[in-house]
Design a protein around this ligand. Structure first.
Ligand code: FDA
Length: 394
């Protein structure tokens, strides 16, 4: 039987960061993970360069049943704190777009940094370890592991969400929450590509790989401006991933493929200058040629010259290009989702420490909690901030 001041289950972003902070504050910490290596999602993140935070982190960039919950942790451990830590470790970084900060070199640097911070805090890390059972009595928690028993007064669940089961995602955290009587809100895939109904998919198949800067709007009015990407399964790209977190099955999304163009003014000016120019060639000045050709084959763009285009056709064209209404068939699901929406109900947790209100010594941090950020470094910042808040209480 071994005894630790705190046991953290999950050696991902939140678990490792929490362990390092608590260890450096003098806590004897054990981190357990069922995987072969720590920080597997970090290594995969940001195309291998880890988008580790965002310059514009604010609570409005997070989805939760309780939008106030994330405020305290995000305010106490900010993006600037993490940037400072990254700087201390000599990791060079750059802003790619929209405040998204990436390592210049590799996501491995973030994992190495977290491991070095854990070492500084004398954290014990055990990989390939299954937690078979957890029991609680007046003295704390007893964990049965494969081949060992561990006791601790403080147990931190940092096992993440359900996205990418191939990277070790399991529902373990939700089960622990339920075991101790905490409410778990329904989960669904977030930051995930849309799939399309077969007829539409077949029509758009030739567009696979085409990206268009667009504004995408969900039925509830939430809007994102970034690229959309046509794929062989449907629609992806940052604007689509973002809006997917606000989309419910059966709902429509509206896509403005020309958000910066006054189309009718543009067409009128072109018509005056080049009345015999084809509409197709005119639109190819604004949009990828493959997209224009595809829309013409689908009879969405009339086969006409500018002088032949009548008012009704022009209006219909504006609707097609600037308010293209798409009803996704679904999403690609957890297999490719970056995050999981829903999870441990924040009403059951302290926003200051992440401790379960009715279960002393039990904490939930990171993605397992019902706090989900936008694409762009927001989810890692939640992992760091919730981990830091928890570590102060261990
Ligand atoms: P995380 O998933 O990181 O860690 C959970 C750990 O628990 C894992 O090590 C897992 O093995 C372990 N575990 C699970 N079940 C267990 C069990 N039963 N027993 C023991 N251990 C168990 N975010 C962002 O801000 N910027 C980005 O660039 C990206 N990019 C990105 C790319 C891809 C491909 C994905 C899938 C996700 C992202 N994200 C992201 C999201 C980000 O990776 C995610 O929000 C954080 O990793 C969440 O951190 P956690 O520590 O909560 O979970």
């Amino acid at each position: 039987m071994e005894q630790f001041d705190a046991v953290i289950i999950g050696a991902g972003a939140a678990g490792l960061f929490c362990a390092a902070q608590a260890g450096q504050a003098g806590c004897r910490v054990l981190v357990l993970d069922n995987g072969k290596k720590p920080g597997r999602k970090i290594l995969m993140s940001g195309g291998g360069r880890c988008n580790f935070t965002n310059l514009y982190v604010e609570p409005a960039a997070y989805l939760s049943e309780n939008p106030h919950f994330c405020k305290s942790a995000l305010a106490r451990y900010t993006q600037w704190d993490f940037i400072e830590l990254v700087g201390k470790h000599g990791i060079a970084w750059h802003e790619k777009t929209l405040g998204q900060l990436f390592c210049d070199d590799s996501a491995q640097q973030i994992v190495d940094m977290l491991m070095a911070e854990c070492e500084k805090g004398s954290v014990t890390l055990r990989l390939r370890t299954e937690v078979l059972s957890i029991e609680r009595d007046d003295n704390g928690y007893t964990l049965q592991l494969n081949g060992a028993e561990v006791k601790t007064p403080k147990l931190v669940i940092a096992t993440g969400g359900l996205s990418m089961p191939g990277l070790g995602a399991t529902p373990f955290g939700y089960k622990v929450a339920e075991q101790f009587g905490l409410n778990v809100l329904p989960t669904r895939a977030g930051l995930v590509p849309f799939t399309l109904h077969k007829p539409l998919l077949e029509q758009l198949q030739t567009l696979s790989g085409v990206a268009v800067p667009s504004v995408v709007t969900a039925e509830n009015g939430v809007t994102f401006r970034e690229n959309i990407l046509f794929t062989h399964r449907g629609l992806s790209g940052p604007a689509v991933l973002q809006i997917s977190s606000y989309w419910q099955p059966g709902e429509w999304v509206s896509v403005n493929l020309l958000p910066d163009t006054d189309l009718s003014a543009f067409l009128n000016a072109q018509r005056e200058a080049h009345p015999n120019q084809s509409l197709k060639n005119t639109l190819a000045m604004l949009l990828p040629k493959r997209l224009v050709e595809c829309l013409q084959e689908l009879k969405q763009i009339p086969d006409a010259t500018l002088k032949q285009l009548n008012g009704r056709q022009q209006q219909a064209l504006e609707e097609t290009l600037q308010n293209w209404r798409v009803q996704p068939n679904g999403t690609e699901g957890y297999r490719t989702a970056e995050v999981t929406l829903g999870g441990v109900d924040t009403h059951a947790l302290s926003s200051r420490t992440m401790e379960a209100r009715n279960v002393p010594g039990l904490y939930f941090i990171g993605e397992v909690v019902d706090v989900t950020g936008w694409l762009g470094g927001y989810n890692f910042q939640w992992a760091w901030a919730s981990a830091w808040a928890c570590a102060q209480a261990l």
